[in-house]
Design a protein around this ligand. Structure first.
Ligand SMILES: C[S@@+](CC[C@H](N)C(=O)[O-])C[C@H]1O[C@@H](n2cnc3c(N)ncnc32)[C@H](O)[C@@H]1O
Length: 406
């Protein structure tokens, strides 16, 4: 596959030998073939074959994603697509796990070393119990999930995620896998001019990919990343230190954190909510309301709700629920998130969906000389509409502002 961007090397990233790197490139290329070679064939298979069969049987066209799935599942083209997609995902993790296991003692030692070099806080909780929706299965087939620990000071699943996320995104998240954070930073700069948060919280930060751009944009702010995965938090802290960015990390549950009321002016999350649960999501939104100072903003970046997409697009994206160990993926997109925020205490006129254009596409569209880490770099302006989603161009953001006066 023609590479978009190579992943930026940093001292915490596991090093792959020649054979491991070749297998990883193969898995990435296979993913690209599935996305760009097979996926486009699903629409004509549906309209010209499956939908006609449904109409012949029912006297009407299929109307929603469930009926579309019903007619597509028996189709050999769809079966071929879905099976290969799953195989590519499993191959990808298999190709990354070897270098992680081979270098585990060095990775653990590296995390200790780099964490000791920074003034930024690392808060681990030895009694912490991660929620069941994180531990019950390996989300998106990642071996061990986010919270497994196989040794004291373990960082293995985090190292696996760091490399795997790059391959999964086929490089489109940029060399530091930080496109979501950079995109929301651009959104904040444009839509909230003059907003200067003193304290920023990134919920469900994993290894801090999206967290670091906030410190770049607001160097004077106190920035925190929290996650339920202990290895993720250790790795995130060490990775940030190794990259020379002073960000604090804590092992905490976003449903109920240890921070004081009103501590933060800006709370963000990036693809966190769809990996939680129907009970956890309202709690997280309520916790955001509690943690925000008056006039503060919560911005949750994810893919759009189903009602902003065609039934066929819903069907395609919902394959994550069916074949990629993402049990809450589809259900989350049916929840009325605006109402959820209102129920949590945000004023109705302060809650809305918007689209944050993908920073990486904007910087390439602008013809910028290569990729730049600077979130303040010049970007091409373009109007995006709610409902666009990466890789179509932008991240969907649920934006809610706490009332200025109680
Ligand atoms: C898809 S990853 C998020 C990726 C990350 N935000 C980024 O931009 O690179 C989801 C993360 O949310 C974490 N998570 C899930 N439920 C959580 C909760 N209740 N509180 C904090 N973190 C949670 C998981 O452990 C996992 O690391």
């Amino acid at each position: 596959m023609l590479n978009t961007f190579q992943q930026a090397s940093h001292p915490m990233l596991p090093v792959s030998n020649h054979d491991e790197a070749a297998r990883q490139e193969f898995a990435k290329s296979l993913k690209q073939f599935v996305q760009q070679g097979l996926l486009p064939g699903l629409a004509p298979v549906f309209t010209q074959r499956a939908a006609r069969a449904f109409e012949a049987e029912h006297g009407r066209a299929p109307t929603d994603r469930r009926e579309i799935r019903q007619v597509m599942e028996p189709d050999p083209y769809f079966q071929h697509y879905a099976a290969l997609n799953r195989i590519a995902q499993e191959l990808m993790w298999n190709a990354v796990i070897d270098p992680v296991e081979r270098q585990l003692p060095a990775l653990i030692e590296g995390a200790r070393h780099w964490s000791a070099t920074t003034r930024a806080e690392l808060r681990m909780d030895p009694d912490f119990v991660p929620p069941r929706y994180v531990t019950a299965l390996d989300i998106h087939c990642m071996p061990g999930g986010y919270a497994s620990e196989v040794a004291p000071g373990d960082v293995s699943v985090a190292a696996l995620y760091d490399r795997g996320a790059y391959l999964y995104g086929m490089g489109f998240a940029g060399p530091l896998n930080d496109d979501m954070g950079r995109s929301v930073c651009n959104y904040v700069q444009r839509q909230l001019p003059g907003f200067k948060p003193r304290r920023i919280l990134d919920m469900g930060c994993t290894v801090g990919h999206s967290t670091l751009p906030y410190k770049t944009l607001f160097p004077d702010a106190e920035v925190w990343g929290i996650d339920v995965g202990g290895p993720c938090i250790r790795y995130a802290h060490a990775r940030a230190a190794a990259l020379g960015v002073e960000v604090n990390f804590a092992q905490m549950n976003a449903e109920q954190t240890d921070f004081a009321d009103g501590h933060f002016d800006l709370i963000v999350s990036h693809i966190l909510l769809h990996e939680t649960s129907g009970k956890a999501m309202p709690r997280i939104v309520r916790e955001c309301h509690r943690l925000l100072s008056p006039g503060g903003y919560a911005i949750h970046a994810d893919l759009p709700p189903f009602d902003l997409m065609s039934p066929f697009t819903q069907f395609i994206l919902d394959n994550e629920t069916w074949y990629n160990n993402e049990p809450f993926w589809g259900a989350m997109r049916e929840i009325d998130q605006v109402q959820l925020a209102i129920d949590a205490g945000f004023p109705a006129d302060s809650v809305a969906f918007a689209t944050a254009p993908m920073a990486i596409l904007e910087s390439t569209a602008a013809g910028a000389a290569g990729y730049t880490q600077d979130a303040t770099s010049s970007v091409a302006e373009r109007e995006f509409t709610a409902g666009e989603f990466a890789p179509g161009g932008g991240w969907e953001v649920l934006v809610a502002r706490k009332a200025v006066q109680a």
